[in-house]
Design a protein around this ligand. Structure first.
Ligand code: THU
Length: 157
């Protein structure tokens, strides 16, 4: 028996303003996307934005449903929208942010969204950078979905 330990590397920025230009624009797009959220049941608005290989930004927001499981997270709304419209362009980065009770707040992709991001890494053969808005306005930047979803399902089908 061997005990092993996994280390997860990530960066933290003090504010949106401190991000490199293209990541700052991506997070700002995610912040704007919170405005299109349909969240009458949770009142928790989530905005996501995806940057594609040619710089195109595609937005998404959470879309809830009276039959709760039929709703969809902001991240998957953005990813599926990008893939449906620009299937030939790799996903480079994704930003996510929450908006609740009048202010931006922390959001981090749920497990199902991480699994979908892993699929796009597999599909296009590149790592996706994930930017999460943290409480207090800090930003976490994780390079590669492996850090968000270690030991993910893999199969040679
Ligand atoms: N939600 C997202 O949009 N993204 C996540 O990563 C987690 C949760 C949404 C689902 C639901 O509409 C609301 O946030 C509250 O859970």
């Amino acid at each position: 028996m061997v005990n092993k330990c996994l280390t997860i590397a990530y960066a933290e920025y003090d504010s949106v303003a401190e991000l490199p230009e293209e990541d700052r624009r991506l997070m700002e797009a995610a912040m704007e996307a919170t405005e299109s959220a349909y969240a009458p049941y949770s009142q928790f608005h989530v905005g996501a934005a995806v940057r594609l290989a040619d710089g195109t930004i595609v937005r998404g927001s959470n879309q809830e449903n009276i039959a709760y499981p039929s709703g969809l997270c902001a991240e998957r709304t953005a990813l599926f929208s990008a893939s449906a419209k620009y299937p030939q362009l790799a996903v480079e980065a994704l930003a996510v942010v929450g908006f609740h009770e009048g202010q931006f707040t922390e959001a981090s992709p749920c497990g199902a969204c991480r699994q979908v991001m892993a699929e796009y890494e597999l599909r296009y053969g590149n790592e996706i950078s994930v930017l999460c808005y943290l409480s207090g306005g800090r930003i976490r930047r994780i390079s590669g979905v492996k850090s968000l979803l270690p030991f993910a399902f893999e199969a040679e089908l």
